[in-house]
Design a protein. Structure first.
Length: 77
């Protein structure tokens, strides 16, 4: 199962820092967390979602212990 870490507004929307997810692709994961956390679904399209520190597309397979980071846009500079 992949480990998903939520940051900033994504953490607020889910009420958690991390969780393990069993979806097999990044696209499946995006859909599942949007359904599970409707508030997250509203901001997820604007988030950077990284697998192993890299931006990848929704077809990317997820493996056990892959690290998925959900990073909302940050303001400031």
């Amino acid at each position: 199962m992949a480990v998903v870490r939520y940051f900033a507004a994504a953490q607020d929307a889910t009420g958690r820092d991390t969780e393990r997810r069993a979806e097999s692709t990044l696209g499946e994961l995006r859909r599942a967390v949007s359904d599970a956390y409707p508030e997250l679904g509203g901001i997820l399209p604007r988030c950077a979602v990284l697998v192993g520190g890299a931006r990848v597309d929704d077809a990317t397979p997820l493996h056990d212990d892959d690290l998925v980071d959900v990073l909302p846009p940050f303001a400031g500079g």
